[in-house]
Design a binder for this molecule. Structure first.
Ligand SMILES: Nc1ncnc2c1ncn2[C@@H]1O[C@H](COP(=O)(O)OP(=O)(O)OP(=O)(O)O)[C@@H](O)[C@H]1O
Ligand SMILES: [Mg+2]
Length: 392
């Protein structure tokens, strides 16, 4: 930008007013309100009848937004449209430097006003830059004297300097407003993520625990059919609650983060499996699963993922139970389904299709000094057991 000849604004009252205006716009305001404040301050400071701030369109040319002060609403309505950034305004956009004119209509770039637009004579405008980039322009028209009469001399150099100062303060204020908006957005995202994680890791687990203990009483309430029915109803309604919470977690759009426990990951994986299975796996835990898992958590999850994917793809099951246990010095994943069962094959007794899933699990169990088996359940379906010793 070419160096501007420095011209001191002499009137201490106006300097005061400028400072007040700058302080007033340096607060956390919504952008349009902020822009309106800036224009109002500018109009007051230089004694203009009309003032406006045009925000440049991000792509191409022209104005995306336009805030104005001083124009009577009937005139605004009769003009019908906001300026597009042509004429002298276009000049401010193309060559973003302060412009001061005693008579707007005599400027070579002037294109005249649309029907219904009041005539305007004197003009002063300056670009508003945000972080070095032109954001828009602040301009004022029709200088008037303190009594409200048009001032034929138009705006002077003091006015131009004030408008330029206010335009640069406006740039900082806009930047500030944008940053505040970004911070708010970020805080909101973090909050959503935290809620989703709490729902997933804490609320769901507690509901599962309650449902499991209710299911355990179901067997014992056999003599009282009314009690048995109420317990079943309670479990059903917990199931429904879990489904709703999962939907909420899903719509919050936050995956459980690294703070997640093995239990939470297992529950999450089972919840996800619903989509491919068409029903919810039943999940049980026993023993200090999270504390025991340590570096084995990844293997446990890999075994579970493979087992659930096999059930979804091969078993044609209507029920799956998953249990993850840390008892008797072993960490185990046991997955049982009520599907077609592993096709028996002469010799081994269990089908070994061309797949890599089961051999991988067998190999991993062997490396860890554990055991692995896939067998037919007597009542039908398949039983997969992956077990490795703890504390080695
Ligand atoms: N739960 C199950 N019910 C019925 N059959 C199963 C079940 N799990 C595995 N099988 C059978 O055992 C075969 C071998 O499973 P494996 O996981 O090794 O391979 P895959 O699933 O076919 O392929 P991949 O795992 O490499 O994607 C399967 O093709 C399927 O026929
Ligand atoms: Mg498989």
């Amino acid at each position: 930008m070419p160096a501007m000849p420095y011209h001191r604004v002499r009137d201490p009252d106006r300097l005061h007013a400028l400072l007040d205006a700058v302080l007033a716009i340096e607060t956390d305001l919504e952008l349009t309100t902020l822009l309106t404040r800036i224009v109002e301050a500018a109009v007051d400071l230089v004694g203009a009848r009309y003032g406006a701030l045009g925000v440049l369109a991000a792509a191409g040319s022209g104005l995306a937004d336009f805030v104005h002060v001083g124009m009577d609403p009937a005139a605004v309505a009769s003009i019908g449209r906001l300026p597009e950034g042509k004429g002298v305004l276009g000049l401010l956009i193309e060559r973003p430097e302060p412009i001061r004119l005693a008579e707007l209509s005599t400027h070579p770039a002037a294109v005249g006003f649309p029907p219904g637009h009041p005539a305007m004579t004197s003009f002063v405008g300056a670009p508003v830059r945000v972080r070095g980039r032109v954001f828009g322009n602040l301009y004022l028209t029709d200088k008037h004297d303190p009594a409200g009469r048009p001032d034929p001399a138009g705006f002077d150099r003091d006015d131009e300097q004030l408008v330029t100062a206010l335009a640069s303060a406006a740039g900082i204020a806009v930047d500030n407003a944008r940053m505040h908006a970004q911070v708010r957005e970020l805080a909101l995202l973090e909050e959503r993520e935290r809620i989703a994680r709490d729902l997933h890791d804490v609320v769901l687990q507690r509901i599962f625990a309650v449902a499991l203990s209710l299911q355990a009483t179901e067997g014992r309430s056999g003599t009282d059919p009314d009690l048995a029915r109420r317990v079943t109803d309670a479990v059903d309604s917990l199931d429904e609650t879990v489904r709703q919470i999962r939907t909420t977690i899903f719509s919050l759009g936050a995956p459980p983060g690294p703070s997640s426990t093995l239990r939470a990951e297992v529950l999450g994986m089972c919840a996800e499996a619903r989509r491919s299975l068409g029903f919810d796996p039943e999940v049980r835990f026993a023993g200090p699963v999270d504390a025991a898992a340590g570096g084995l958590a990844g293997d446990v999850l890999a075994a579970l993922r493979e087992a659930l994917s096999n059930v979804a793809r091969h078993a044609r099951a209507s029920f799956v139970s998953v249990s993850v246990t840390a008892v008797d010095g072993h960490l185990a994943v046991v997955v049982a389904d009520d599907g077609v069962g592993p096709a028996p094959v002469a010799g081994s007794g269990v089908a070994r299709g061309g797949g890599r899933g089961l051999p991988n699990l067998a190999g991993r169990a062997e490396v860890l000094g554990g055991s692995f088996s896939v067998s037919a359940r007597p009542e039908g379906g398949t039983l997969l057991e992956w077990r490795v010793p703890l504390g080695r």
